[in-house]
Every structure is written in structure tokens, then in C-alpha cells.
Design a binder for this molecule. Structure first.
Ligand code: ADP
Length: 496
């Protein structure tokens, strides 16, 4: 059997396929962008056809570019934008509506209603999530309401799925209607402890069970790739939400290990092993993965404005020509001169959860210049991530020994050094920064025996650079106090 592994990385703005060898080296990759649809302010949709077509093209192109023999492909793993909701006809496969994207706020009033009716605590308890329009459950409910489809759904004529589920149904022979536990865990319908759909939650949103996919393991052969796609049947052997795949691709396999992805936003996940930790600090409990029927849990927190803060400096403030330039500009001054930027443009997430916070620039003096502001923006990404790390450490009772990083902005050495300094924990960057794709490939390889055990997949992970904390403790505390003072200034600003 060949040893080539392929990841399908279906993201929010593009569909990507990456070809790896069994040592985790990238042989080729190809991305296809597709349009974003904004029918109303705050609403976001994708054309399901565009998702599927772009993903199939990306796969075919990546295989062609890699030059590998299709017969040498051992398995394919799927990883995907999470929570995005699709509903299709079980007979024809046609979607009844565009995909409702995770960012879409159309069901915010429904979530407010659930909270007002006192469902908040039950949702938290069962799903580990904080009730929000972000998750799939209310999006599915909206589709059933709006298109008057409850009867058809109850008769089993319709299939609900997140993107993993949708791709599996359309790309795997025999049309399996499945989703993996990491994706199920983001629907607000899945009971984390019981590892199954929850009757009370389904009743809460009046969702018929017949519409739901079967929940499978994260690493498991769900079927063979439709022969029409690459000319041969190949096992499709993993499905995982993007952040979960990245946690696996970072080899965060033991409790206490943490990764942070610095993209548009930042996503931090900590493996908590078989312990389902309930956060006291506004973090989400979620799946890390489920393998061999055994759930591994995680804590998750996110920073809304990560790399997007740098985009804002470049595109709106015109302080930078490229994002990468932020590094040399920040390093051109020895500190921010007491300036803090709190990029709470859309409110603040964990551990603050204040939707009424707004962006704030404080501590300016007559000598404040462009470099100070740029530096304050990069530092803000690190402070927000450090706050998440602090919340996780308090929830599990100990500070992690290191933070593993990836994502576009992890290329910034100034940011990574400041991150290590402000957390007082080493920051480790791996050689393969495409950890999401790598994780999906490893999970697929594990299911078909390319790797003999979970531990064996970890050998693929290779360290590139370590940023050791060098800042004196006193200074770390002084700067962090300043940051929290600045956060206070940003809070409770917008009119309710
Ligand atoms: P996403 O997957 O969310 O689109 P990426 O992982 O591609 O994000 O990272 C892109 C983000 O990282 C952008 O917001 C960009 O501003 C930021 N970024 C990219 N390179 C750098 C850099 N060298 N320094 C700081 N930020 C950067």
C-alpha cells in the first residue's frame, strides 16, 4: 500500500487540498477561492455547489501537481470550517438553501429568546458551549422554520450537516450521512459527556432526529472516495473541525498541551484528556477528537481581532504597506512608550465576554508615533492570547509548559518573542505551519494503519524555533497590569 496522505481543508474563503508523505512533508498543495454571499448586513452564506466544486478541483489539482500515483494514496482526511450549516434533499442531494456560514448573525434574536426562556444553563451544561448564533443548532432551526420543512425533516427526506458531513455525503460512495464528534460538538445539539445528540436540546429547537447525521469517530474510515473524482476508490478516513485537526497536527496529544493559531482571529485549544473541564472563565468545553470510541476533550478560547488588527493598521489606518512590515516597525522602538491598543472592534471574547467594548488607544503622549502604535497592535494580539492562556491555566490548575503556535501571524518573530515574554512560557513553532491540513492527514493515516498508534503520529511533528521568555517577572507584571487597565477603559463603551 502507498503511504501518501491527502488533507482536504475546506475553509471559509477557500477550499484547499494538501498532499503529504508519511513523514509529514508537503508534496503539493492547491487552493480554490469561492465567493462570499452577504444577503443582508450581518448575514453570510456560501453556495453549496461552490464549496463542493472548489474542493474537488483543489483535490484534483493538488494530486496532479504532486505527481504522485493515485494508487499510492493511502487515505484522505477532511477538515473544515466549523458550524457552517447545510440542509439537503436525501433523494437528489440538492441543498434547500445556501449554506449559512458560522459568522452569520441571523439567529441572534433566537439565541436571546432561548436565554430569556432560561435555556442558557442547560445548553452550557450539556454542550460545553456558550449559547450563540455562531453554532449550527439555531441555524438549522431557522432553515426549518423559514422554509417550513419540519414535516419533511421528520419523514427523513432531508439531511442536515456541517461541511464535513456535506463533503462526505457528496464525495464518498454510498452517500454516508455522517459527521465526526468534533463537528457535532459545535452544533449546540450534541451532549459532550454522553457523546450523542441530546433529546432535550432537540426538543428545545424542535429538530426532528431523522434529519441528523450519524456521529462517527474523528479518525475512522467512513467509506471510499467516489471513483469519478480521482479514478480510483481511496479510503476517506478522517473528519475533524479545523481547530481540532490543528491541535492534532501540533501533536498536542497529552493533557495540558496547548496550541494557538494566529490567523484573522486567534484560536487557542488545550487538550484536557478524558476530563471534561467546565470553565469558570468563559472558555468553551469542546472535543479534541474521538478515536476508537474514546473522547478526548479540550478547552477553547478565541481572540476576535488577531491578525485582523494588523490588517486594520494596513488597510484602514495606512500605517503599514504589508502585514510583515509590522515586525521591523515594532522593533524600531524599544517599547510602546506606555501606549496600549485594545482592538475590541467587535467586543471582547473570553475571558471578558463584553459585546459592548470598543477599540481603544490609550496612554499616548506628545512623543507617541507610528512605531509605538504598530508595536502596541502586535502586543495586543499577545496580551489577548496570554489572557486566554491564563484562563485555561486557572481552569485546569496549572500553567502549561509551553505554547505551540501556527497561522499566518506566527511568522512574526517579534510577536512570538513578546508572546513568550508576556506569558512567561516558551513559544514553540513547528516546521510545518499547515497544522490543520497535517492533522487531518495524520488522523486519516492513523485510521488506515500508516501509523500504528496515536503516539506514532507525533513523531511527524518537528520543532523549528523556540522563543524562550526573557522578560524580568517585574516588568511582565507591570505591562500586564497596564494592559488590564486599558481593557477596563475599552469595556462597556457602546450604547446598549
Ligand atoms: P486566516 O487563515 O484566518 O485567513 P492566516 O493564517 O492566513 O489567516 O493569517 C493571515 C493573518 O495574519 C492576517 O490577518 C494578517 O494580517 C496576519 N499576518 C500575516 N503575516 C503577518 C506578519 N508577518 N506579522 C503580523 N501579522 C501577520
Amino acid at each position: 500500500m502507498g503511504q501518501v496522505l491527502i488533507a482536504l481543508d475546506q475553509g471559509t474563503t477557500s477550499s484547499r487540498a494538501v498532499v503529504f508523505d508519511a513523514q509529514g512533508r508537503m508534496l503539493a498543495a492547491h487552493s480554490e477561492e469561492f465567493p462570499q454571499i452577504y444577503p443582508q448586513p450581518g448575514w453570510v452564506e456560501h453556495d453549496p455547489r461552490a464549496i463542493l466544486d472548489s474542493q474537488i478541483t483543489a483535490l484534483q489539482e493538488a494530486v496532479r501537481l504532486s505527481g504522485v500515483n493515485v494508487a499510492d494514496i493511502a487515505a484522505i482526511g477532511i477538515t473544515n470550517q466549523r458550524e457552517t450549516t447545510l440542509l439537503w434533499d436525501r433523494e437528489t442531494g440538492e441543498c434547500v438553501h445556501n449554506a449559512i456560514v458560522w459568522q452569520c448573525r441571523r439567529t441572534a434574536p433566537m439565541v436571546d429568546r432561548l436565554a430569556a426562556e432560561g435555556y442558557g444553563e442547560m445548553i452550557r451544561e450539556k454542550t460545553g458551549l456558550i449559547p450563540d448564533a455562531y453554532f449550527s443548532g439555531t441555524k438549522l432551526c431557522w432553515l426549518l422554520d423559514e422554509l417550513n420543512l419540519r414535516d419533511r425533516a421528520a419523514k427523513g427526506e432531508l439531511c442536515f450537516g456541517t461541511v464535513d458531513s456535506f463533503l462526505a455525503w457528496h464525495m464518498v460512495s454510498g452517500r454516508p450521512h455522517v459527521t465526526d464528534a468534533t463537528n457535532a460538538g459545535r452544533t449546540m445539539l450534541f451532549n459532550l459527556a454522553a457523546q450523542d445528540w441530546d433529546d432535550d436540546l432537540l426538543r428545545m429547537l424542535d429538530i426532528p432526529k431523522a434529519v441528523l447525521p450519524r456521529v462517527v469517530d474523528t479518525s475512522e474510515v467512513i467509506g471510499m472516495l467516489d471513483t469519478a473524482i480521482l479514478g480510483r476508490p481511496i479510503p476517506v478516513a478522517a473528519m475533524a473541525g479545523d481547530q481540532h485537526a490543528s491541535l492534532f497536527g501540533q501533536a498536542c496529544l497529552t493533557p495540558g498541551m496547548v496550541k494557538n493559531t494566529y490567523g484573522t482571529g486567534c484560536f487557542m485549544l488545550m487538550n484536557t484528556g478524558d476530563r471534561l473541564v467546565r470553565s469558570e472563565h468563559g472558555l468553551l468545553s469542546t472535543m479534541a477528537w474521538r478515536i476508537g470510541g474514546k473522547p478526548t476533550y479540550a478547552l477553547e478560547g478565541s481572540v476576535f481581532m488577531g491578525g485582523a488588527t494588523i490588517q486594520w493598521l494596513r488597510d484602514e489606518m495606512k500605517l503599514l504597506t504589508t502585514a510583515a512590515e509590522s515586525e521591523s516597525v515594532a522593533a524600531s522602538v524599544k517599547d510602546t512608550g506606555g501606549v496600549y491598543l485594545v482592538p475590541a472592534f467587535t467586543g471582547l471574547g473570553a475571558p471578558w465576554w463584553d459585546m459592548y467594548s470598543r477599540g481603544t488607544l490609550v496612554g499616548m503622549t506628545r512623543g507617541t508615533g507610528r512605531a509605538h502604535v504598530v508595536r502596541a497592535a502586535l502586543e495586543a494580539i499577545a496580551y489577548q492570547s496570554a489572557d486566554l492562556m491564563g484562563a485555561m491555566a486557572q481552569d485546569v490548575g496549572e500553567l502549561p509548559v509551553r505554547l505551540q503556535v501556527d497561522g499566518g501571524a506566527s511568522a512574526n518573530a517579534f510577536l512570538m518573542q513578546f508572546q513568550a515574554d508576556i506569558m512567561g512560557v516558551p513559544v514553540v513553532r513547528p516546521q510545518v505551519l499547515e497544522t490543520t491540513a497535517l492533522g487531518a492527514a495524520l488522523l486519516a493515516g492513523l485510521a488506515v494503519g500508516v501509523y500504528g498508534s496515536i503516539e506514532e503520529t507525533a513523531q511527524v511533528w518537528q520543532r523549528d524555533l523556540t522563543f524562550e521568555p526573557r522578560m524580568p517577572e517585574e516588568e511582565r507584571q507591570r505591562l500586564t497590569r497596564g494592559w488590564h487597565k486599558a481593557v477596563d477603559r475599552a469595556r462597556d463603551w457602546a450604547d446598549k
